[in-house]
Write a protein that binds this ligand. Structure first.
Ligand SMILES: [Zn+2]
Length: 189
């Protein structure tokens, strides 16, 4: 997979959507990544084309990446966010190259041929999150404003005023009531 480094939007959106498939967010309904088809459909929705094969082990690896992304999105300060992202990128075999795309010279990250799907998605999301910090700042990494939601998101919108991790869902009280459940403390019925 080749990832253009100055284009962070797609990877940041995917990082948000992937993090929010977690059972941490879908407290009642459970994990949204039930099988590899769910992973594929998430990639299709985000126009992400991966050359890596997809199987059961890929599902587990993508879920592990999801946990890592959640830690990154939850990082309290830029230094921690950047260190966690560097750590994730450091174990994926890839190289940075200067490539001509449509008559323009651009930096891109290219993963090695034997990389897994999760490796490719690590490179795609990792550089995108770093690019977001560089271009937009750490304040674009936020928790969902809905009091009933545990979601997080990266706001790559032009105005930077996004409030919800899933705007169509978390901004709508009835939908939230139907699909989710308020965080419960242990012992509460
Ligand atoms: Zn939310």
């Amino acid at each position: 997979m080749q990832v253009v480094l100055d284009d962070y939007t797609q990877g940041a959106v995917l990082a948000t959507e992937l993090a929010n498939t977690s059972p941490t967010v879908w407290v009642v309904a459970g994990d949204r990544l039930t099988d590899i088809e769910a992973v594929q459909s998430l990639l299709d929705d985000n126009d992400v084309r991966s050359s890596a094969p997809t199987g059961t082990h890929d599902l587990e690896q993508v879920r592990a990446l999801r946990d890592r992304l959640r830690d990154i999105l939850d990082a309290p300060a830029p230094a921690e966010l950047i260190t966690l992202t560097h750590d994730a990128l450091s174990v994926v075999p890839h190289r940075i190259e200067l490539t001509e795309i449509d008559g323009e010279w651009r930096w891109q990250a290219a993963t090695e041929k034997d990389c897994s799907l999760a490796d490719e998605l690590t490179v795609l999301t990792g550089y995108a999150l770093l690019g977001t910090v560089r271009a937009l700042g750490i304040e674009r990494f936020r928790a969902c404003a809905s009091p009933t939601c545990n979601g997080v998101f990266v706001d790559v919108s032009r105005g930077g005023r996004r409030r919800y991790c899933m705007p169509g869902l978390c901004g709508n009280r009835i939908n939230v009531a139907n699909h989710r459940q308020r965080r419960r403390s242990p012992g509460e019925a």
